[in-house]
Write a protein that binds this ligand. Sequence first.
Ligand SMILES: [Zn+2]
Length: 254
Amino acid sequence: MLIDTHCHIQFKPLSDDVNGVIERAKKEGVNKLIVVGCDLESSKKAVDLAEKYDNIFAVVGIHPQDSKKLTDQMWNELCELATHKKVVAIGETGLDYFKEYSPKDTQKTVFKKHIKLALELDKPLVIHNRDADEDSLSILNELGAKKVVFHCYSSDVTFARKVWMSGYMTSFTGNITYPNAQNLRDVIEECPLSAMMVETDCPYLSPQKYRGGTNEPSYVVEVAKQISCTKNMSFSEVAEVTTKNAEGFFRIGG
Ligand SMILES: [Zn+2]
């Protein structure tokens, strides 16, 4: 069994065929899905899906690139939503200095709000970090965040060591299967088993085998296969370890 710990099946075209997406995932042994919001609208949709399907759990938050659009009213609604029993984490939040659609200061302010909310509700944080390694980590450390995953880990191995030293998790997507992604496979080689989770980030980042097409939760199998190959472990061992980690991290065991 595998868990896709980060997907956006509330986005098109996946949202047009949610039953099919879930069925194809189950057929591949992908039995639980964590559906992540990027703004208020997609966070609400994630919760709707979690209410409808037993094996779906929601994460709610405002993506750093949308942080400049956040109003007090939206934040209040998000905080309300975050208390829902099937909301298992806060995110995706963090910093994105690559595109910088929102000014850095605004991103930091909104990021801190998310961290405080997560601490208040005792829920973990799902972090989007792009070209903002040092700031992301120091803000998390400063505010005392304990349960954190760096989703779609795409930084180097030196930074990964700092993430693991803080007791935080790293989660890997289909981009680890790309021919030019040796740097990420180097991270995986060193990644402690206890700090590793798998995800698709679908509909984005299709693994190499399906590149060019729409990504979906069933393809998380390709991510686990790559890890098994890189770490020289059996596929079932990778599945077992990453599932156990995800169940513990998001408290969705049993
Ligand atoms: Zn995402």
